[in-house]
Design a protein around this ligand. Structure first.
Ligand SMILES: [Zn+2]
Ligand SMILES: [Zn+2]
Length: 1016
């Protein structure tokens, strides 16, 4: 036997082990560097990575996004594009702070300040340094090729300075303002939160809150009162007004209580008036005895938006505790009482309630109302309530001064920009439009510590300076520069500048910026926008020094790489990163920062439930990598549509592994037979030249079709298209080409070996972006004299395939499939030969023998199938979406047998025409026949058996058993045997002995007591 030319493959791959080995080889051989070298100077493909929060280990949902990014970067690299491969880490802001607080056991802003801002800033950096290293390791393990070590970190001074520049520009345009407004406030984090941070569905929870009906006695109308409803008792001490709907009808009940009639249709009212008539009445407030309420006159106000869907139709107004209340206070000149401080604790002038949290105040408020006869009813209600996106604390409203960027002028340019973007899936484009149309002004200030320091210097004289760079700060500074370690608190706070209007010294405002400013600027900060000279290592400044070696390129580089050809993040980023980067790019450059987007939904468990640690169904990324392997995970991520929640779990992973084995076995089959035949594939003759066998011709065409289909799918950012094309190809390769060619492989047919080798090699190049490890492993097994890695082999060239030939074989395969179905319905094994098959609705030119052979029938005829009964069912996945509400009628008609058969396998039912692929057809045949049909083709199998057929069936059965036995005994493919057949099968041996001997490589067939074999 010749020396094996190809390395033998095991029965199945050990994915994690194989992947670790591949990682080591890529590292040792510098595969990624070679790829970058190969593509240097090629056409650019500009991908901008949205920064990942380096805060915790990556989860399987991060694995999803990172896989998609890697898949398309690998594909574009295979096509010869030059890429940047810069990874980004989001490294400052509330999410980092909250985690550090937790790890240090701090739970309030006071505790952070006591701990010390400098030490706190260092701890934040330390956490980012640690987890960016962890995420780098995890991402590499997942197979993500990035320019690791040259990452951008949003907390670099360079990044911060670029945001300063943006803010200065925003100020120059007059868009920057300080707003006194009611904001959603997290009492634990001690900061307001912006609408875009809080907009996601996950930022709401069903919470149980008190439900109070409270009496407000009317002044000068003895025994009469208004009744209001509230779920936030702590806001009652800040009440200043009650609102009614002017056009609604209000009634006074027997107890003298006024409520909206629409809310109490059963109630008896002795007086009814329009709301308008109640406007202007004065009432006694619920907590007039508190110092905070001194001098407040409570009146009834008109408000058209009073709801008649809940409560009493009379609304308690506390302008310091709600957004709409605050708006009304502006309209009517109401006093604004702010009952709570930053931590959600009632202030000193709230008497007996002072020092209590909003929750602690519930019982004293209820008790006080009850004792004073003001409580009508106290129960509780469960409702959907906003919680902090970072720490899940229920939010409150506070009226505070925040910094905003006005969205008015930029709204239309943002919409125009979005109109130029290609979204995948396309329906998300509209979601972006909706967000842009409805977004409010951008609240950019946070009362926190380790974040972008807003460069706003508000002088006592009223003049506002916005600093645009560190150089400008240095020029304007009067003190504090010497200790400025980096552009973070507390160091930046110590730098004072001189006011250019009055000459006074000015401090920076204490607020830091929204983290989406940090991420939005990276199209400028990492690409060297308006930077005159290239600075090696120049991006990695401030806190990112020592963590990254990223350069600050020059402006020409920005020109080359901006805008991004493609970005990809989760759908929630529409209101976050997708939005902030557009806002900043359109402001600074007047251009959309990206051309295409791929966005996707969340990762769920196998049952389609959200993953939660507390539910016990969360999967750690590291566990998945070690138990499933990265290739299997990547397949799971890529084979499901991005517009639906992605299902992820170990059961699904087993399914992926099982399906992948078909391809693995095809490769293993080639390796075995190539080694037996001493076949040596040659890379320079990739496409086989000897195509005298029709099946070889077909496989070459089929391979071109695979490349074409996959290419179109990759170009459309459609991973599902690629995985489907690959799986269909593997089925054709294994269950048609190899099945039909087995004999040629047994006889060392070089053309077959060469064709199969070509097909496998091309398929590996197609699938390599999605399964980079196993594809490269098999590549290195099969390709001995070509590129050393599949990732250096480039994208396969493909011409337009011969579609007619492909359609012809598709038809043959369909007939064979139906034939198998008919056999299995009748319960007759494929090993039992049958007499006859009749085929209706297919041409099968020149393929009758193939069909006969595949289905083990003596003859195949084309003709009419006489069916006794036809049953038609709707093919729901196809028909459902098309028919929609018409489906039930069609379904009922089909079930009742009320349908008409039309030409070409079509049907008509309930007045609608149904295509062949929209129905499932069962035909029961005449006695002794099995029938199957689909897609307009019907086959009928003659089930009649005679002695000759039975004996042949026995022979096939024996061959099968002997071949199993050969494998069990560990015989090589080429080993010859002496076969012993039981005496009882003498007739079989007499009739078919020579044939059996040929099939099982027996040099001799003997009769004996039992079936046995030995090596001859
Ligand atoms: Zn919070
Ligand atoms: Zn001044």
């Amino acid at each position: 036997m010749p020396e094996p030319s190809l390395q033998p493959l095991p029965e199945k791959p050990d994915h994690p082990a194989l992947e670790r080995e591949m990682l080591a080889r890529w590292e040792a051989e510098g595969t990624f560097e070679k790829l970058r070298e190969r593509n240097r100077g090629g056409p650019t493909f500009s991908f901008m990575d949205g920064p990942i929060t380096a805060n915790n280990p990556a989860g399987v949902h991060h694995g999803h996004g990172r896989t998609l990014k890697d898949v398309f970067q690998r594909y574009k690299a295979a096509r010869g594009h030059e890429l940047r491969y810069q990874n980004g880490f989001d490294s400052q802001g509330l999410h980092v702070e909250v985690e550090v607080e937790r790890s240090l056991g701090l739970n309030s802003k006071r505790e952070i300040e006591r701990y010390g801002l400098a030490a706190f800033a260092r701890k934040c950096r330390e956490r980012v340094a640690h987890y960016s290293a962890v995420m780098t390791r995890q991402s590499k393990r997942l197979g993500m090729w990035m320019d690791w070590g040259n990452d951008y970190f949003t907390f670099s001074d360079t990044n911060i300075e670029y945001i300063w520049r943006f803010l200065q520009e925003v100020h120059r345009r007059g868009w920057l303002y300080k707003g006194h407004a009611a904001a959603q406030w997290c009492p634990r984090c001690g900061t307001s939160l912006s609408k875009h941070e809080q907009a996601g569905e996950e930022n709401y929870a069903w919470l149980e809150h008190p439900s109070l009906f409270v009496r407000f006695p009317l002044r000068g109308r003895d025994g009469e009162s208004l009744v209001v409803w509230t779920t936030t008792p702590w806001t009652l001490p800040a009440n200043v007004a009650a609102a009614v709907r002017p056009d609604a009808e209000y009634g006074r009940n027997d107890a003298g209580e006024w409520v909206a009639v629409a809310r109490y249709p059963e109630e008896h009212f002795d007086r009814r008036v329009r709301g308008q008539e109640l406007v202007g009445l004065e009432y006694e407030g619920p907590f007039d005895h508190l110092p905070a309420q001194r001098g407040i006159v409570h009146r009834v106000l008109p408000w058209a938006d009073v709801s008649l869907e809940e409560g009493t139709g009379i609304v308690h107004i506390a302008p310091g505790c709600g957004a709409e209340d605050f708006e009304l206070s502006r309209l009517h000149g109401l006093p604004v009482l702010m009952p709570i401080d930053e931590a959600g604790v009632l202030l000193p002038d709230y008497g007996e309630l002072a020092g209590l949290t909003t929750e602690e105040a519930v019982v004293p408020v209820v008790t006080s109302l009850r004792e004073r006869g003001r409580l009508v009813e106290a129960t509780s209600v469960s409702h959907r309530y906003p919680i902090c996106w970072r720490c899940s604390t229920p939010l409150v409203f506070r009226v505070v001064d925040d910094w905003f960027i006005s969205a008015d002028e930029i709204r239309q340019p943002l919409l125009d920009g979005n109109a130029t973007v290609e979204w995948t899936p396309p329906q998300y484009k509209k979601r972006m439009d909706d967000w842009l149309r409805n977004m409010g002004d951008w609240n950019i200030s946070r009362r926190r510590y380790f974040g972008l320091p807003l460069p706003f210097y508000e002088c006592a004289c009223g003049h506002l300076t916005v600093i645009g760079s560190r150089a400008e700060l240095e020029e304007r500074a009067v003190s504090g520069l010497e200790q400025l370690e980096e552009l973070h608190r507390p160091w930046i706070d110590a730098v004072r500048i001189r006011c250019e209007r009055c000459g006074g010294e000015v401090e920076r405002i204490p607020e830091v910026g929204d983290a989406w400013l940090d991420a939005g600027i990276v199209h400028f900060s990492t690409l060297g926008w308006r930077n005159p000279t290239w600075i090696p290592g120049g991006y990695a400044t401030g806190a990112s020094r020592g963590l990254s070696g990223a350069d600050l390129p020059d402006h020409a580089y920005w020109e080359r790489w901006f805008p991004a050809d493609w970005v990809s993040e989760m759908r929630e980023q529409i209101r976050l990163w997708f939005y902030s980067q557009c806002f900043m790019a359109i402001t600074l450059a007047g251009r959309q920062p990206y051309r295409r987007v791929l966005t996707y939904e969340k990762v769920y468990d196998e049952q389609g439930r959200e993953m939660h640690k507390s539910w016990g169904n969360a999967i750690e990324l590291d566990d998945a990598l070690e138990r499933m392997g990265a290739d299997v995970m990547r397949w799971l991520y890529c084979s499901q549509p991005p517009s639906q929640p992605l299902r992820f779990g170990y059961g699904l992973a087993e399914e992926v592994k099982r399906r992948f084995l078909t391809f693995w076995h095809s490769a293993r089959f080639l390796v075995e037979y190539a080694n037996v035949a001493g076949f040596r594939p040659a890379w320079r003759e990739l496409e086989p030249r000897d195509l005298s066998a029709p099946l070889d011709r077909w496989l070459v065409e089929r391979t071109h079709a695979l490349v074409r289909t996959a290419e179109a799918a990759y170009e459309a950012y459609d991973t599902v298209g690629v995985t489907r094309a690959f799986e269909a190809y593997v089925d054709d390769l294994s269950n048609w080409y190899i099945r039909r060619s087995r004999r040629r492989f047994w006889s060392d047919d070089e053309a077959a070996l060469r064709t199969l080798w070509y097909a496998l090699v091309q398929a590996l190049r197609v699938v390599a972006p999605i399964q980079p490890f196993v594809a490269d492993h098999l590549w290195r097994t099969l390709v001995v004299d070509g590129p050393e890695s599949v990732h250096l082999a480039g994208w396969p060239e493909a011409r337009e395939p011969n579609r007619a030939l492909l359609a012809e074989i598709d038809e043959v395969r369909r007939v064979v499939e139906l034939g198998r179905q008919a056999r299995s319905t009748a319960g007759i094994k494929l090993r039992q030969p049958l007499r006859r098959l009749v085929v209706e609705g297919a041409r099968l030119d020149g393929h009758l023998d193939e069909v006969a052979d595949e289905l083990r029938v003596k003859e195949v005829e084309l003709g009419q199938v006489e069916a006794v009964e036809v049953r038609v069912k709707p093919n729901l996945p196809v028909l459902g979406p098309r028919l929609g509400k018409d489906l039930p009628a069609v379904r009922a008609a089909l079930a009742a047998g009320e349908f008409e058969q039309l030409e070409g396998g079509r049907f008509r039912a309930a007045g609608l025409e149904l295509a062949p692929d929209e129905v499932l057809v069962e035909r029961s045949g005449r006695e002794g026949w099995a029938i199957a049909s689909g897609d307009g083709v019907t086959v009928a199998l003659d089930l009649g058996l005679d002695d000759e057929l039975r004996l042949e069936g026995e022979a096939y059965e024996l061959i099968h058993r002997v071949n199993s036995l050969r494998r069990e005994r560990g015989l090589q493919l080429t080993d010859r045997i002496v076969l012993t057949v039981p005496e009882a099968q003498r007739r079989l041996v007499e009739r078919h002995g020579a044939w059996i001997a040929r099939e099982v490589l027996a040099t001799e067939v003997r009769l004996g007591p039992a079936l046995d074999l030995e090596r001859s």
